[in-house]
Design a protein around this ligand. Structure first.
Ligand code: NAG
Ligand code: NAG
Ligand code: NAG
Ligand code: NAG
Ligand code: NAG
Ligand code: NAG
Length: 728
């Protein structure tokens, strides 16, 4: 993978439908002067924990710089200094200077700064969250929890962030929001911009992504929310009573690692409970992966981190943000369609989608977009997507085109996107796209019209995995099943800043937009994690993750398995533990907990060097002191193991978080070719928080079995605690 990749926001509207190969931009954070930004990870000063004075820490950091820079009195040489997310700093250096720094004693690693890609009205209802009854009534709406988002900023004035009836922030909150002209409130309790250094500008969102993700996680109830009148309903985030803190670390081009780390630093110091990160770059070993390193520090402080799995599907091993201390979130559809029906000259109909539904487009000549050549004036232009959807339409409109039909690419299966287009348009799926293509090629005078048929709910099957949702197995740690979970990430309607459009909307307080990507599924899970945190303030990040994973569902109401974009049953490397089920998450019965020490044993088991483990964990010589464990031995709520090994024998430990007296029996579901046992087969609990260990034993003929999937479940009268198993 390209070492100079920038993290991108994981939303498709912004980054376009670029394939997995093009999601990296090959320039680091460098200036014309020849200086580039580096993140320098150093050992802490002696007795670091004893003293936390920022000035003396800065002096310590200066001691690693070349003499001229170190003594500069005029201004701080640093872009960012870190103490919470990592011990280290970000600084601009020339090639010679960086060589100097690398040689200094106490420097663990120097990273060249890279840019990371930024990779709802209906979702609460689809997920069973309803104001009167359902999960919200029983378990609350995230009261007292704080969700920090690393994103493009926020529209302070949006109705989704009003604070009517909100409680004051919890006493532990140390964040701030002091600007002229714009104000935070009891909903939006913190807002900072960290782009390019500490900065006093308010983090206004001129991209839209951050406003969208923040409102998806924890937006208030807004009645009559729609995109240009479509998808009308009451908008709400997953945790409408949770507080929001926005850390602006991205612009429309993406997010620099140094700023992302500064956002994590600030969020940890401020005291957030949940970190929602809708961005990510290509997979890397964890000691190279700035996001994974910062997330480890967050986990150490009890902060739950949810991240996008990435938009590089449907290809195998495309998942990113794979560290086991992170919740890795894939994306799927919901049951809503904003129908834009294409009618060909021969009368055939194809149901596509568009969030812009003007009056119907009469039958007009239909042409392919041919590299800008040919006269498209007054025609309907069929094309495959090249870059962002709405811009694609703008180009055609500017060229005189009357309408647009976007043909789903071959890999994209039945996934369709409903965007707020600027001209009459329809996005048709891949099989329909192939038929339309054939029709154009084989007709003398191809024509098409577009009939807008409004929004319909109840589309089945739903959820279906989105083609773009990144897939496992994990590259950084194949023995941990990733992604962990899927949630709604296609055509999600959520808040949008007025000044960013859609341009035809004129009511400042009710602007919403439809967006797709794992950027959109991630804040759904962040909001749900906030609900769990409110209900169980003492649960560790691993316990919250376990609750989300073991209660997920993998079948539809008709008992058939959840499908992928090609309408095949979706495998574990596509959906992880399954689709999130908010009804069940706060009451999982049993949890698989993992403490910091176990993660360290796991990292030692990955055969990282001492210094690589130290970079992540802040512990020197940790692998000499503690024990090493294999990936499969981490007390994870799922199991992934290489087929070539032929067998697996591992312990798992569950903690009783249900009724004090409860009893569970095991139910194993594996193909016949796999010999599988769990021992004991029954767990009897008599106390709350009681722990029980059991052994999972699997064996198979490695010359025959190359891939097998199944699960085991602990079943009581009230609970089903499911763990997926994949042998690959
Ligand atoms: C660290 O602190 C201890 C106790 O406060 C002190 O004895 C020791 O000299 C300190 N070491 C350094 C290197 O400052
Ligand atoms: C839009 O939804 C709201 C409820 O949120 C409803 O009161 C209103 O009538 C709906 N408007 C239309 C045009 O359907
Ligand atoms: C394109 O076609 C339109 C309508 O047929 C015509 O008015 C226009 O002059 C043409 N443009 C060019 C550049 O040929
Ligand atoms: C997938 O798309 C094809 C072509 O539009 C359609 O016939 C089929 O019903 C779709 N399947 C599902 C499950 O939506
Ligand atoms: C369009 O909408 C009408 C009214 O809701 C419905 O009867 C019809 O079946 C829809 N057409 C298609 C092709 O979905
Ligand atoms: C697994 O658990 C058993 C019984 O609790 C214990 O004897 C054994 O040492 C454990 N194995 C590992 C690898 O931890």
């Amino acid at each position: 993978m390209d070492a100079h990749a920038r993290l991108l926001l994981t939303s498709l509207v912004l980054t376009g439908l670029l394939s997995h190969t093009t999601s990296t931009i090959t320039h680091g954070n460098c200036e014309k002067s020849g200086q580039c930004t580096y993140i320098v990870r150093v050992r802490p000063p002696p007795n670091f924990s004893a003293e936390k004075s920022p000035t003396s820490l800065e002096n310590w950091y200066r001691s690693f710089l070349p003499p001229g820079m170190a003594t500069s009195e005029l201004r701080s040489p640093f872009i960012h200094t870190y103490t919470e997310a990592i011990i280290g700093f970000a600084v601009r250096l020339t090639k010679d200077e960086v060589e100097y720094v690398k040689k200094k004693d106490g420097v663990l690693k120097v990273y060249q700064d890279d840019i990371l890609p930024l990779l709802t009205t209906h979702t609460p209802d689809f997920l069973g969250l309803r104001p009167n009854g359902g999960a919200w009534n029983s378990f609350g709406m995230g009261e007292g929890s704080i969700i920090g988002l690393l994103d493009t900023g926020i529209d302070f004035a949006h109705t989704s962030f009003n604070d009517d009836g909100m409680a004051t922030p919890p006493a532990k909150w140390r964040g701030s929001c002091k600007f002229e002209g714009v104000k935070c409130n009891k909903k939006l309790i913190g807002a900072r911009s960290l782009i390019g250094g500490q900065n006093s500008e308010p983090p206004m969102d001129d991209v839209g992504h951050g406003t969208h993700t923040a409102s998806t996680a924890a937006g208030r109830f807004v009645e009559g929310a729609s995109v240009l009148g479509n998808g009308n309903g009451t908008a709400a985030g997953m945790a409408p009573r949770a507080h929001i803190a926005m850390y602006q670390v991205c612009d429309e081009l993406g997010c620099y690692n140094s700023d992302v780390l500064a956002g994590m630093e600030a969020a940890i110091a401020d005291g957030v409970d949940i970190l929602s990160i809708s961005l990510g770059g290509p997979t890397q070993p964890f000691h190279e992966d700035i996001l994974a390193i910062g997330a480890f520090s967050a986990m150490q402080k009890g902060i739950f981190v949810s991240c996008s799995a990435g938009n590089s599907g449907p290809f195998s091993s495309s998942v990113s943000n794979e560290a086991p201390w992170i919740l890795t979130v894939g994306a799927s559809t919901m049951d809503r369609q904003m129908k834009a029906i294409v009618k060909l000259g021969d009368g055939r109909l194809f149901v596509g989608e568009s969030a812009y539904q003007p009056s119907n487009l009469a039958s007009l000549p239909l042409v392919f977009k041919l590299d800008g050549s040919g006269n498209i004036t007054g025609k309907v232009v069929a094309c495959e997507i090249e870059g962002p959807l709405v811009e694609n339409g703008q180009t055609i409109k500017d060229g005189g085109g009357a309408g647009m039909i976007i043909l789903g690419t071959e890999d994209s299966g039945n996934t369709t996107f409903a965007a707020a287009h600027v001209l009459p348009a329809s996005y048709v799926n891949s099989p329909d796209g192939a038929v339309i293509r054939k029709y154009i090629e084989s007709s003398k005078k191809p024509t098409a019209s577009i009939i807008f048929n409004g929004t319909s709910l109840g589309t089945i099957p739903a959820p279906v995995v989105a083609y773009f949702s990144s897939r496992g197995p994990s590259t950084a740690s194949p023995g941990i099943l990733k992604p962990d979970i899927i949630g709604p990430g296609v055509n999600v309607i959520a808040a949008w800043p007025f000044q960013v459009g859609p341009k035809t909307v004129d009511k400042h307080d009710k602007v919403f937009n439809s967006m797709s990507g794992t950027s959109m599924s991630t804040p759904h899970l962040s909001g749900i994690a906030a609900i769990i945190k409110s209900a169980h303030s003492d649960w560790s990040p691993a316990a919250i993750k376990s609750a989300i994973m073991t209660t997920a569902y993998v079948i539809y109401d008709n008992k058939k398995p959840i499908l992928d974009e090609k309408l095949n049953p979706a495998g574990h490397f596509t959906i992880g533990a399954g689709h999130v089920n908010p009804y069940k998450v706060t009451n999982p019965g049993l949890i698989y907990d993992i403490d910091e020490q176990q993660y360290i044993s796991y990292l030692c088991g990955l055969d990282y060097t001492d210094s690589e483990v130290e970079i992540i964990t802040h512990q020197k010589g940790a692998c000499n002191k503690g024990k090493k464990i294999a990936e499969a031995e981490l007390n994870y709520p799922s199991i992934a193991v290489w087929a070539s090994t032929g067998k697996l024998l591992v312990n798992r430990t569950v903690t009783n978080v249900g009724d004090a007296r409860s009893s569970y029996t095991v139910d194993i579901d594996m193909p016949n070719e796999i010999k599988a046992t769990v021992s004991p087969t029954r767990l009897e609990f008599t106390k709350a928080k009681e722990m029980k260990t059991f052994v999972v034993s699997l064996s198979w003929d490695s010359s025959k079995t190359k891939h097998a999937e199944g699960s085991f479940k602990w079943v009581s009268g009230q609970h089903v605690v499911r763990s997926p198993i994949v042998i690959f």
